[in-house]
Design a protein around this ligand. Structure first.
Ligand SMILES: C[S@@+](CC[C@H](N)C(=O)[O-])C[C@H]1O[C@@H](n2cnc3c(N)ncnc32)[C@H](O)[C@@H]1O
Length: 312
């Protein structure tokens, strides 16, 4: 075992990184953004003036809670995918007294456990059971007895998946026992300037979020990225209706990643995230193809963001 191999503490990240960085174009799954620091930086992003999705979705949930409540049965368990800091969730936990349990599901383990223990203390009447899982694979729920399940997938996180993968995920969620309704937050297509600004803020917080992936690779797979030689890029891909985030190499360089050497040409990028944007029709078609029915659709006055209530 050479010195670099012995510095690999995250085998799954290492094999994904080696596979993703040996492809053309280079890419990595956005799920790797979320170590504890990445989860904290994402919370900073939600506070930015440019990042309209978080405050808009929150305002929709707040204003339309009675309409949402009509789809949540007595004794329901709320299961949230990609729960993060569960900030918007508190609106639902406060406004839906019929809930009996809350199951936050996230890949960011330490952040999830810290958030879940705060929630358990703040909502003593609720059973809070965190589940560490990758929602790109089938997620096994804890035993919820006969409680009807209401899914909650906010934050437009579904936009990180290609539409085919999003449809497959929605179809898988339909197989959870007693899954009756799914509250799904989706960012809608709009002017490219507004979209790109949301992923390229003036303070550089999103740049820090993106570059933290290289810090994580350095720490967990013994990589040797020099962060000063990469820059954050956000661009609108009109053909695919998505904002893309990349990390662009500023020069010709070879970077060690564990026991591999990865060559970068000047201007070559690592594609780190897609955020697909939907029209109401496109998302409705996708949900229907995945076996769901659109029971309600809530939006803001400017049509920036959509909250779909899906049923089966
Ligand atoms: C865009 S943030 C949204 C956070 C929060 N739901 C909100 O609306 O503010 C995405 C969340 O999903 C989690 N996540 C990303 N990819 C994941 C995956 N493949 N499996 C499980 N959780 C994932 C991240 O850790 C993060 O908490």
């Amino acid at each position: 075992m050479d010195a670099s191999t012995s510095r690999i503490t995250n085998r799954a990240l290492h094999s994904d990184a080696v596979a993703g960085l040996s492809q053309t174009p280079k890419g990595l799954s956005p799920k790797w953004f979320y170590d504890a620091l990445g989860s904290e930086i994402f919370e900073e992003i939600t506070q930015l003036a440019e990042y309209y999705p978080a405050r808009t979705e929150r305002a929709i949930l707040e204003a339309q809670l009675p309409r949402i409540a009509a789809h949540v049965p007595e004794g329901a368990a709320l299961v949230e995918l990609g729960s993060g800091a569960s900030v918007k969730t508190r609106l639902l936990l406060d406004g839906l007294p019929q809930l009996s349990a809350y199951v936050p599901v996230d890949i960011s383990e330490d952040f999830l456990h810290a958030t879940a223990s705060d929630l358990a203390a703040d909502y003593p009447a609720l059973t809070v059971t965190p589940v560490v899982a990758d929602f790109m694979t089938p997620v096994r729920l804890p035993d919820l007895g006969r409680a009807p399940v209401v899914g909650f997938f906010p934050g437009s996180t579904i936009g990180n998946l290609a539409p085919e993968a999003a449809e497959a995920l929605l179809a898988r969620l339909g197989h959870w026992p007693h899954h009756q309704a799914l509250i799904l937050g989706v960012d809608l297509v709009k002017a490219p300037e507004t979209l790109v600004a949301a992923y390229d803020d003036a303070q550089g917080v999103t740049a820090r979020f993106n570059l933290n992936l290289l810090t994580r690779l350095n720490r967990e797979v013994g990589a040797e990225f020099d962060l000063d030689t990469f820059r954050h890029l956000a661009l609108w891909n009109a053909g695919e209706a998505r904002v893309e985030m990349h990390l662009e190499s500023q020069n010709d360089q070879v970077v060690r990643v564990g026991d591999e050497l990865v060559a970068f040409a000047p201007g070559e990028t690592i594609h780190t995230e897609n955020s697909h944007k939907y029209t109401v029709e496109r998302l409705s078609d996708l949900a229907t193809s995945a076996g769901w029915r659109v029971d309600d659709f809530l939006t803001d006055a400017d049509g920036l963001f959509g909250v779909f209530v899906l049923g089966r």
